[in-house]
Design a protein. Structure first.
Length: 110
C-alpha cells in the first residue's frame, strides 16, 4: 500500500512540474520546456495507471487533483508572484482537509 501512495505522490509531482512549465513554454513555442512538460504529463498518467489498480479511481482522482491544485497555487504564489486572497487560502486548506478525510476512509481494491 505504501508503494501505491509513493506512485501517487510521484504522479502529483509530475503533474505539478508539467503545469508549472506551461507558462515557461510560452504557448509551446520554446522547445525544451515543451518537451519537458510533455514528459512530465505522460509520466504522471503512467504512474496513475499503477495507482488506479489498487485504489478506487474516485479517491485517486480526488487526491491527485486536490493536492495538485493546492501545490500549484502555492508554487504560483512563490514563483509567479500570483496573489492569493484569504478566501483562496481557506479554500486550499479545505481541499487538503478533504483529501485527508477521503484517504482516511479509503477501501483497498484487490
Amino acid at each position: 500500500m505504501v508503494k501505491t501512495y509513493i506512485f501517487l505522490v510521484g504522479a502529483i509531482f509530475c503533474e505539478v512540474a508539467g503545469t508549472m512549465l506551461l507558462p515557461v513554454s510560452q504557448n509551446f513555442t520554446r522547445l525544451v520546456p515543451t518537451v519537458a512538460l510533455s514528459i512530465f504529463y505522460l509520466s504522471a498518467f503512467y504512474l496513475l495507471t499503477f495507482v488506479v489498480n489498487k485504489l478506487p479511481i474516485a479517491i485517486v482522482y480526488a487526491t491527485w487533483s486536490g493536492l495538485g491544485i493546492f501545490t500549484i497555487a502555492i508554487l504560483g504564489y512563490i514563483f509567479f508572484k500570483q496573489s492569493l486572497a484569504w478566501q483562496a487560502v481557506l479554500g486550499l486548506f479545505l481541499i487538503v482537509v478533504g483529501v485527508i478525510l477521503v484517504n482516511s476512509f479509503t477501501i483497498k481494491v484487490s
